[in-house]
Design a protein around this ligand. Structure first.
Ligand code: SF4
Ligand code: SF4
Length: 127
């Protein structure tokens, strides 16, 4: 993990890890006392970049965690973050097959089931 001082009232913490070809990367911003945490889970290959981004700062405040039940591939699991808040992450053994796992949800330009269940603009996709 690296920590950068980004100026007045702002810190940026960066972490990276990679296992079995699938990566977990993240940025944590602390700006004027507000914590913004963006985590990316996925991989890249010859056909493209396949990452799911989760703004886990919003998950800490979410009691329902509807994404867990909504995902037909059961990709979302809970974890305690560095601040002891319960957030969701993409399960480790699902991170390097996202293109295949999410294909049906993402077909025909439909809103992904996880995004629809969340409604907080928390989940994003790189493809
Ligand atoms: S992704 Fe959305 S629904 Fe899932 S825990 Fe985070 S805020 Fe809640
Ligand atoms: S797009 Fe579908 S399969 Fe992929 S994480 Fe979201 S709900 Fe799960």
């Amino acid at each position: 993990m690296t920590i950068d001082n980004c100026g007045a009232n702002a810190l940026r913490l960066v972490f990276n890890s990679s296992r079995c070809g699938a990566a977990r990367t993240g940025l944590t911003y602390i700006f004027k006392g507000v914590i913004i945490i963006l985590a990316n889970y996925g991989y890249e290959d010859g056909s493209g970049h396949y990452y799911i981004r989760i703004d886990t700062g919003k998950c800490a405040e979410c009691a329902a965690k509807g994404c867990i039940e909504a995902c037909p591939e059961k990709l979302f699991v809970t974890e305690l973050d560095d601040f002891d808040d319960e957030v969701v992450v993409i399960r480790e053994d699902g991170r390097n097959t996202l293109q295949t796992s999410c294909a049906l949800c993402k077909s025909e330009g439909k809103t992904e089931l996880c995004v629809a269940s969340c409604g907080k603009d928390t989940i994003g996709f790189s493809w």
